[in-house]
Every structure is written in structure tokens, then in C-alpha cells.
Ligand binder design. Structure first.
Ligand code: FMN
Length: 259
């Protein structure tokens, strides 16, 4: 295994040699093709459901050193839902928009070249209710960062089982009240960086999930990064084509257990 050629080849993904060999003058951006949309457009008939304001509605622990020091992965979740205000905060923290300047949409997480090639889907195994009783029903949703809203994607039966199956049989994933599932739309990055795009997308995803860990900790919730998943099952669950958009990472979120 130590000198296995196939493993050594795969290590190249982590290196940045590809940048020198890439002719960026041939990128679609350089050739004048329009920038791909920063957010996947709604399909016909889909309607955005605005997320509630979280500021003033939830109690935040603002002790950054404490949050960083306490963060840990958790795989057991009490049988309690997450409120819609909490969900609103977690989505803001992971993919929310910080500032819009012309075509430039800046988010709360960094991204190589500000390309932001990720979409966020939620598998809600329990409804998330707002303070005034509005429900985001159980099922699959997609986050719309520009509108800070969710769009309903449908509700396959046995969602818990399907999510666990998509997570390669890791049953704890399906037991969380909400599972964040991130997909990549690689063209958003390739439009500028061509062959040098793919490691950047993976690095971007790490930043997003780390914000989820810390934001969850700030509201007495917990999460666990999950990269061991079944590509076909996960893409199938979300109805993704697996080429132009596919799942790259997931993270179940639940309430912290009482000490
Ligand atoms: C990229 C990545 C992938 C991971 N994938 C899984 C996974 O599929 N299943 C799982 O139970 N934990 C997964 N984890 C969680 C790690 O096991 C966990 O971070 C590690 O054991 C250290 O524990 P800590 O997060 O509590 O410090 C993953 C973590 C990362 C960063």
C-alpha cells in the first residue's frame, strides 16, 4: 500500500500543480460567457417560503472561545424538533448573504474567488415551526440565500430511512430532526477556474460545515460532519443528475443532550 501508484495519483488532487497547467484565458469567464446564477433558480410552480427573523428570537451564546473549545461531533439526538428561527440562524451562518454589491454576492463563509458552488438542501424529519406557528413541514427543502427563504422539494415516504440509506447506513443521520445536505454545482467554479476548480470546492465545503458546528453550539445544538455517503442514493434522494450537480457533504443537526 505504501508505494501504491493509484493512491499516489489520487494525492495529486490535494496539490496545486494543476493551476500552473491551466490556461485561464480559455475559461468561460475569459471567453465572455455569462456568469452562472449564484443560486439555482426556482423550477416552474415552486414558491419560496421566507424564513423567520432569528435576531431577537433566539438566545445566542456569543463566547467564541467557549464555542470553539466545546465543539465536538455528536451522533445522538434527543427526540425534539429544531425551531424555524434556529434553522434560519443555522442557514444564515452557513450560506447566508452578507452583502450584495452589483453582481457580487458576499456570504458569511469564504469561497475561492467568491464562486460559491454549493447549494444547501435540508431533510426535515420533523416540521420546524416558527414562534407564530408557521410550519416548514417535514420533507426536503432547498435554501435560497438571496431571499433567505426555503423552497419545498417534496416529501418522499420513510424520509428517515432514506436519509440513513443515503448516508451509507449511518442510522444516526436519519434520527436527527434536520439534516443539512450540500451539493456542488461545479460549473460555478469551473466558469472561472476550469480544471483548478475541484479542490477549491471541497475546501469551501469545509468552511461551511465548520460554521455549522459553531453556530449549532451557540444555540445548544449539535452536529456531525458526514462525508461517508452513497453518491447514487444521496443524489437520487434530492433528484440531482449526478453530473452538473451532486451531493458532496452532509451534517445532521439535533438538540444537545441535557448534561
Ligand atoms: C470531512 C469529514 C468527514 C466526516 N465523516 C464522518 C462520517 O461519515 N461519519 C461520522 O460518524 N463522522 C464523520 N466525521 C466526524 C469525525 O469522525 C470527527 O470529526 C472526528 O472523530 C473528531 O471528533 P470531533 O469532531 O468530536 O472532534 C467526519 C468529519 C469530517 C471533518
Amino acid at each position: 500500500m505504501k508505494n501504491d501508484e493509484s493512491i499516489r495519483k489520487l494525492r495529486d488532487f490535494l496539490k496545486e500543480n494543476i493551476r500552473k497547467g491551466t490556461d485561464f484565458s480559455q475559461s468561460d469567464q475569459s471567453l465572455g460567457y455569462p456568469m452562472p446564477p449564484v443560486e439555482k433558480p426556482l423550477e416552474e410552480g415552486q414558491k419560496a417560503q421566507p424564513l423567520p427573523e432569528w435576531r431577537g428570537a433566539i438566545t445566542l451564546d456569543n463566547d467564541v472561545a467557549g464555542l470553539i473549545g466545546r465543539r465536538q461531533s455528536a451522533r445522538r439526538y434527543p427526540d425534539k424538533p429544531i425551531t424555524a428561527e434556529e434553522l434560519s440562524f443555522l442557514l444564515w451562518a452557513t450560506q447566508g448573504v452578507r452583502r450584495i454589491k452589483g453582481e457580487r454576492v458576499m456570504r458569511n463563509v469564504p469561497s475561492a474567488g467568491n464562486r460559491h458552488a454549493l447549494e444547501t438542501y435540508l431533510a426535515l424529519t420533523k416540521p420546524a415551526i416558527t414562534r407564530d406557528g408557521q410550519a416548514f413541514s417535514a420533507g426536503l427543502w432547498r435554501y435560497l440565500p438571496l431571499e433567505h427563504a426555503l423552497v419545498y422539494q417534496g416529501s418522499p415516504g420513510n424520509l428517515q430511512d432514506k436519509v440513513a440509506q443515503a448516508a451509507m447506513g449511518q442510522t444516526f443521520v436519519g434520527q436527527a430532526p434536520v439534516v443539512f445536505i450540500w451539493s456542488a454545482i461545479p460549473y460555478r467554479m469551473e466558469w472561472r477556474y476550469l480544471h483548478a476548480s475541484h479542490k477549491e470546492i471541497a475546501l469551501d465545503a469545509g468552511h461551511v460545515c465548520q460554521n455549522l458546528y459553531l453556530a449549532a453550539e451557540a444555540i445548544r445544538c449539535v452536529t456531525c460532519a458526514v462525508a461517508a455517503y452513497d453518491q447514487k442514493e444521496a443524489d437520487g434522494l434530492l433528484g440531482l443528475d449526478g453530473e452538473d450537480e451532486f451531493v458532496i457533504y452532509m451534517a445532521p443537526v439535533g438538540r444537545a443532550r441535557e448534561a
